[in-house]
Design a protein around this ligand. Sequence first.
Ligand SMILES: [Zn+2]
Length: 98
Amino acid sequence: MSKAFKIIAGVISIGAGLYLASTTAQGSNSMLQVLANGIGWYCIGRGIFMIASSGTPLVRVVSSGPHIDDTQECKSCKSMVHKFASKCRHCGSDLDRG
Ligand SMILES: [Zn+2]
């Protein structure tokens, strides 16, 4: 399964899930609506899992957490280097910390 397909399928699944889950908010307690609500929440969870498992950059940024603040961009070669580095490890140019 391709990455793009997983994201699209995940978004569709969440959308369908939200629609099904919202059907119980209309007041009726029939078995069909309880069932639709259950399937809806299942679709939402499944959709989120599909997007997460596709490994999108957004998911990686969220999951990498505080580490995102430990880097800066080298002005010479545009590589990401550590925030407190005094020299770029890629091109060797001096970095000013500011
Ligand atoms: Zn550099």
